[in-house]
Design a protein around this ligand. Sequence first.
Ligand SMILES: [Zn+2]
Length: 318
Amino acid sequence: MITTLQQFAGNERTLSAVQTMLQADRVPQTVMLEGPAGSGRKTLARLMAAGLLCEGETRPCGKCAVCRLVQTGHPDVMEIAPEKDKTAVSVDQIRRVRADAFVRPNQGRCKVYILCGAVRPEAQNAFLKILEEPPVGVYFILLCRHAGDWLETVVSRATLLRLGPVTWQQAKTALPALGLPADDETRLRLEQSGGLLGELIAPAGKTDPAATARACAMALAQNDPPAFLVATAGVAGERAQHAPVLEALYALLYGALRHRATQAPASAEETALAKRLSSQQLLAAGQAVQAALDRLPYNPNGALLFTALCARLFHTQS
Ligand SMILES: [Zn+2]
């Protein structure tokens, strides 16, 4: 976890601007953090919030109780994201922020609202009033891909900071804090992500393709179609995850086949699959997964994709 500005990779200009603002106690009340997904917008927003509230010497110190609390959930740092099943922050959510901003901080000397994700235009309009005259000690950090996602009237009231991709050399400062090894694989993954370090770490709550594939394999081994659908529900809406899940499932099916044929050492899932399915069934299942992989470019609907695959996979068993 990145807890100090020094650990943040690359983006020197933005970081030195933030450091100057914090040191001089002159953080603008509305900051817009612009950058692609994975460029560290939320990380930097939390560092700024920690910097505003921190009780250490060089803020954020990353060590004091306040800094630690910001990372896990500080009562005066609010992160506002679209509600479940919604793609953008709603007017109601902004109205609640507006009302809450006039309430004194719970613990700290100020309150910070981090707006993550898209905000509906009418909600942006509702937001404008408070941005015109924010209450003393209230800070808004707006995260976005492009400043153009916000109404010009909002943009004109914010101080814009930009984040971009990083090089391998720059990424190295952040790797230990992110728990990533400084090896060739990480380097390759960084290149594949286009220099977006955030893409290399599975954000909390986001699904892990390998874990999803393992859950699918267990559902198959236990002849439990509903469990298969539950396992894939989390990734159905994330198109980028479809291929990694299918590839990992394919690998498990072939691992099971190999285990069946040669008694080669295998994972718990592979062993369970080998026990329940015949070689022929494993082959058929592998082919079904391969066929789903081949059709991916024409199959943008994840729910349909996994339902169809589920039907085919469990059909091969009966
Ligand atoms: Zn601190």
